[in-house]
Design a protein around this ligand. Structure first.
Ligand code: SF4
Length: 316
């Protein structure tokens, strides 16, 4: 048996076990398989403490300047040693996956090292969200085998994309093709009045390139932009209702109002399901939130408890 095959076989046997209100959740990051054993209901004292999924902004740095960007613009990036400790804690307390983003995570100097650490030293599934223009052959070799899924931002096709992102669309497609032979990938698509009419050609292209997912991101309001308008949101709802293509579509949870969605794990909400770590090392409910708890002094699980308590106080 070759070493590579042995590695993938042992990887396939690594099953994450998460105790939840809905039952015992089993997850295999190599295959993406989720199994919920709902005949077994753990007591609340035994629920896994970490959120199911945590997004991590490795850095605020980015070499693009998209108008609808909501990433903070002050300089910040996460200390590598702190990050390793947080990943261990999340893994030990039952998180099943982490998503590295930014800013642009390929500008994080230790991206290959942190992906390798997460894969070899934890049982977490690793995803990366990127604009893809820095996915050079060297970087792809560095992350191959240490990333389970890559999400590529592609808001519109052709001239729409180039107006939004200020980069060549042909270059993007070339980068995605190089990526697709190494790692499963999906497309992230910001939906607004400028991009909505490109949904059909974009998902057709995604299908041809064997994308595994097409994630709809209705544009968020920022200090400079109002976010998706009501007319475009209605057009999006109609488009989703009429969609019957092969690529699975999904939508960002915080902005799915009015869209026909299903949630396979409805018993886990809020901080049980998801949390975000920003590039300054603050734990937040979402990447859009202003309020967060600094992790470095107290550790990630204590920060999570503080965040839950502050939320309880704010709604009393
Ligand atoms: S690529 Fe992403 S992080 Fe960079 S400016 Fe655009 S939206 Fe913001």
């Amino acid at each position: 048996m070759s070493a590579k095959f042995q590695n993938s076989a042992s990887e396939a046997r690594r099953i994450k076990v998460r105790a939840t209100a809905g039952g015992i959740h089993l997850f295999n990051r190599a295959t993406g398989t989720n199994v919920l054993i709902d005949e077994i209901r753990p007591s609340p004292a035994n629920f896994s403490q970490a959120p199911r999924q945590v997004s991590i902004a490795l850095t605020n740095a980015c070499d693009l300047a998209c108008e609808y960007c909501y990433a903070p613009k002050h300089q910040a990036h996460l200390p590598f040693e702190d990050l390793k400790g947080w990943l261990r804690d999340l893994d030990e307390h039952g998180a099943i996956g982490i998503g590295f983003g930014g800013g642009e995570p390929t500008l994080y100097p230790k991206l290959t090292e942190v992906c390798e650490f997460a894969t070899k030293d934890t049982n977490l599934a690793v995803t990366l969200t990127t604009h893809a223009h820095r996915l050079t052959p060297k970087l792809l070799r560095g992350i191959e085998g240490n990333i389970n899924f890559v999400r590529v931002s592609m808001d519109g096709v052709g001239s729409t994309y180039e107006a939004n992102r200020g980069r060549s669309f042909d270059d993007l497609i070339g980068r995605i093709k190089n990526l697709s032979s190494l790692v499963p990938f999906g497309i992230n698509f910001v939906v607004n009045s400028e991009t909505i009419l490109d949904l059909d050609p974009a998902i057709e292209l995604a299908s041809k390139m064997n994308a595994r997912e097409f994630l709809l991101l209705p544009e968020q309001a920022t200090a400079f932009r109002l976010g998706i308008d009501e007319h475009t949101r209605r057009m999006l709802t109609t488009w989703v209702e009429g969609y019957s293509g092969a690529v699975p579509i999904s939508v960002s949870e915080g902005n799915s109002d009015g869209l026909p969605t299903c949630n396979p794990l409805p018993f886990e909400t809020g901080l049980s399901a998801f949390a975000h770590i920003d590039a300054a090392g603050k734990l937040k409910r979402t990447s859009y939130d202003q309020f967060g708890v600094t992790i470095s002094q107290i550790g990630i699980i204590a920060a999570l408890e503080q965040l839950k308590e502050s939320h309880q106080l704010s709604i009393q």
